[in-house]
Write a protein of this length. Sequence first.
Length: 45
Amino acid sequence: MQHKNNEILFFALQMYRECLNQVHFFCLKSESREWVLAINAITVM
């Protein structure tokens, strides 16, 4: 379980960093399941 959480967190940070680099904040509104999980992982921190 911990390993899976680390994968999700890594995915979240990668997407977040990409969004900031590209200044494409529309991706923050993406409704994809992966993105929702990623956001949840970040906010839990």
